[in-house]
Design a protein around this ligand. Structure first.
Ligand code: SF4
Ligand code: SF4
Length: 134
């Protein structure tokens, strides 16, 4: 009867004197690991247009089906997205879209502060995704 009590007390005391793993957010910020997967980014071509060639592989492979793309073609026949949206409210940050992209057009940053007061605010459109997160 007393043995489990001492064991429990021993464990409590051990954790009581060990360093804290929590941080006082937002005053203190957690530094994510370099391979941490958070907000997406769309890379640009030399002319400033999105690097995406509208192959639809990312949207096809996405398990949450949260990528919406509408493509257009320029006069040379090059395709690029007119609309490219990722609904971060549904995304599970698996990184499959990044893995699937044949032209390395999208990546994932370590920016984890994703918030919004409406569901629409969590949609990452082309304008937002092309800018590096602050
Ligand atoms: S990280 Fe995963 S869930 Fe999120 S958009 Fe990419 S494929 Fe979809
Ligand atoms: S896989 Fe890459 S190139 Fe293809 S639609 Fe997605 S972002 Fe664009």
């Amino acid at each position: 009867m007393i043995r489990p009590l001492i064991k429990g007390l021993e464990l409590t005391l051990k954790h009581f004197f060990s360093p804290a793993v929590t941080v006082q957010y937002p005053e203190e910020r957690w530094e994510p690991y370099p391979r941490y997967r958070a907000r997406h980014i769309m890379y640009q071509r030399q002319d400033g247009r999105p690097k995406c060639v509208v192959c639809m592989l990312c949207a096809t492979v996405c398990p949450a089906q949260c990528i919406r793309i509408i493509g257009i073609q320029d006069e040379k026949g090059d395709q690029y997205p007119q609309t490219y949206e990722i609904d971060l409210g549904r995304c599970i940050f698996c990184g499959f879209c990044v893995e699937a992209c044949p032209v390395n057009a999208i990546g994932m940053t370590t920016h984890y502060e994703l918030d919004g007061e409406t569901r629409e605010a969590l949609i990452l459109d082309l304008e937002k995704i092309m800018k590096p997160p602050k």
